[in-house]
Design a protein around this ligand. Structure first.
Ligand SMILES: [Zn+2]
Ligand SMILES: [Zn+2]
Ligand SMILES: [Zn+2]
Length: 157
């Protein structure tokens, strides 16, 4: 078979390339962001019974403990400053598990998903425009409001 000449195989190859690109984009969109260890900054935190780092051996008591530490190390956010100066809160409540363990993923490691619950591993990428709770916003035109606010809005007379 000719290397590049035959028009059929060229077209087929182009098609395959486009398909590969499309699949790649799709994988990127659904890929979970990496959670870098806030202690050693090298390895990725593993989520078993408790979050732990295989690189330095750190084990966190809870997802919220890891979330607080992550926010402080990578985002420079802590509760003291947030409460004292009214800045951005380091972590948010998770609508799925109720833990205050949702933290913003540092920009280098974020994917389509920009926030993660360090307790139940739920992923989020936007905030409710009404109350600020982390929500999953997938498509243009999605309602950017959390289910709690939605229920409240629709239940009003
Ligand atoms: Zn580590
Ligand atoms: Zn959660
Ligand atoms: Zn809300």
């Amino acid at each position: 078979m000719a290397e590049t000449g035959d028009p059929y195989s060229v077209a087929a190859r182009r098609h395959d390339e486009r398909e590969a690109q499309r699949l790649h984009a799709q994988n990127e969109a659904t890929k979970a962001p990496m959670v870098r260890c806030p202690q050693c900054r090298q390895d990725e935190v593993h989520f078993d019974d408790q979050p732990w780092c295989p690189g330095c051996g750190t084990v966190w008591e809870s997802g919220s403990e890891l979330a607080d530490e992550y926010a402080e190390e990578f985002l420079g956010l802590d509760w003291y400053t947030s409460i004292k100066d009214g800045g951005e809160e380091p972590t948010s409540d998770c609508s799925n598990c109720g833990e205050q363990a949702v933290v913003k993923i540092q920009p280098d490691d974020a994917t389509f998903w920009t926030m993660k619950c360090m307790s139940c591993e739920s992923l989020f990428n936007d905030r409710c425009t009404r109350c600020g709770a982390p929500i999953q916003h997938r498509e243009e035109g999605d309602l950017i409001i959390c289910t709690t606010c939605w229920d409240y809005v629709v239940s009003r007379p």
